[in-house]
Every structure is written in C-alpha cells, then in structure tokens.
Design a protein around this ligand. Structure first.
Ligand SMILES: C[S@@+](CC[C@H](N)C(=O)[O-])C[C@H]1O[C@@H](n2cnc3c(N)ncnc32)[C@H](O)[C@@H]1O
Length: 211
C-alpha cells in the first residue's frame, strides 16, 4: 500500500475552510447512493450527551434524535459555520467547539455518545483520535463511527493505492487506510462492525477502551 504525503493540520484546516461552501454539493452523489442511509442507521443509535467530532457541515444533524444534547466540534471554522446555518434551519441549538480530534478539550468520561463520520481519513494520526474518543466517552457510553478506507476488491483497492497521493493532496483525505484495524489497534472494543460497498465503508459501534 503506498503511503501518501501527509498534509499538516493547518493545511487540512485551510482546505476545509475553502471547501466549506461546496462540500454538500460535491458530496451529494455518494450521499444519494447510500452514504445517507448509513448515516441514518448510525445516528439513530445516538443518545444523551453527545460529542460529534469533525462534524463538518452538519450532515448528521437532521438524522439525530430530537432530545440529543449535542456538542459539534471541528478543526475548520468554515465547516462549522455551514453546520450552524443548517442547525438554525432545523431549529437545533448545538454547542460548537473548534477542536483538534487528536487533542480533545474535554475531561475524561464526559459523553454518553461520541460520533464521527467520514473523518478519520483526514486525521494525521487516526489512532490517537480514536484514543481521544475513548478517553472522553463514559465507560458505559458508545463510540459510533462511519468510516471509509481501502476496498477488499482488488481493482478498487489498486485504484485507491494508485491515486492515494493525488487524492490526499487535493482533499486531505487518505482513502486507502484500514479504519477498522486502526480502531481496534487503538484499543476500541468493537461490538458491531458492518462493511459496505466492497468494504470501502465501515459502520462501527464501539465501547471505549477499558483503562
Ligand atoms: C470529509 S469531512 C467529513 C465531515 C462530516 N463528518 C461528514 O460526515 O460529512 C472531514 C472533516 O474533518 C474535519 N477535520 C479534519 N481534521 C480534523 C482534526 N484534526 N480535528 C477535527 N476535525 C478535523 C474537517 O474540517 C472536515 O470537516
């Protein structure tokens, strides 16, 4: 598997500040062809005091249960501005946090649910981010993840490797990682894992690592 050039966090933040206005338009096709259904299945499991990490443009907001007490965090102010616009239209009032997923500004055992979708591909060190999710999640809480990575299909996997470098430098997204293995090796106790579209997408429910 080729290792793409890593963008710095500042470069990733600037990229997403720039993408923010176009993000929903560019992502409309995959959302229509199945990603939205995967989000819906995951969002339905959210409960209680919830941290959404790398909430982006707030695509999950409308899918969350109404009584959720939500903190939406992201490294990009531009993305959170779009998210806030969406939240207002929905009559939601989440709290927002500009944050780095690899160094969360919350005490241990704070949240009932930690949610993150299609995001670890952009984190320089996703294992550290998963450990942080684990740390801020209550021991009886849940970490809910929708991730994408390298396909088990030969042709698709080959293509992902072939284009990894240019894809990463354009979008800050490393699409040939193995998020399920990374989450497991980071200590998350995976209680439910389902994969879709030749294993490109993975929906995971995990308990935090036991300390
Ligand atoms: C591909 S988008 C996914 C957005 C959203 N979760 C979704 O499902 O549509 C990746 C998001 O991760 C955010 N991000 C990238 N690196 C981050 C970091 N280190 N900490 C927090 N957010 C980060 C980006 O700003 C962007 O909003």
């Amino acid at each position: 598997m080729s290792k793409p050039h890593l963008l710095t966090k500042t470069e990733i933040k600037e990229k997403y500040d720039g993408f923010a206005r176009w993000y929903d338009v560019v992502e409309a096709l995959p959302e229509f062809f199945g990603v939205r259904a995967l989000r819906r299945g995951l969002a339905g499991r959210v409960h209680g005091k919830t941290l959404e990490i790398a909430a982006g443009s707030g695509k999950n907001f409308r899918l969350l249960p109404e009584d959720v007490d939500l903190v939406a965090g992201d490294i990009s102010r531009g993305m959170l501005q779009i998210a806030d616009h969406k939240a207002r239209k929905l009559g939601m009032r989440p709290k927002y946090a500009l944050l780095d997923a690899e160094n969360l500004p919350f005490p241990d055992d704070t949240f009932d649910t930690v949610l993150s979708t299609l995001s670890s591909c952009t984190f320089p060190d996703p294992a550290v981010a998963f450990q942080e999710m684990s740390r801020v999640c209550k021991p009886d809480g849940r970490i809910l993840l929708l991730e994408h990575g390298r396909s088990s299909n030969r042709a698709i996997g080959w293509y992902q490797d072939f284009r990894a470098e240019s894809h990463a430098s354009k979008f800050g997204c490393q699409w040939n990682r193995a998020p399920v293995e990374i989450a497991r090796n980071a200590g998350l106790e995976l209680v439910d894992v389902r994969t879709y579209f030749f294993d490109v997408f993975a929906v995971m429910e995990a308990r935090p690592a036991s300390s």
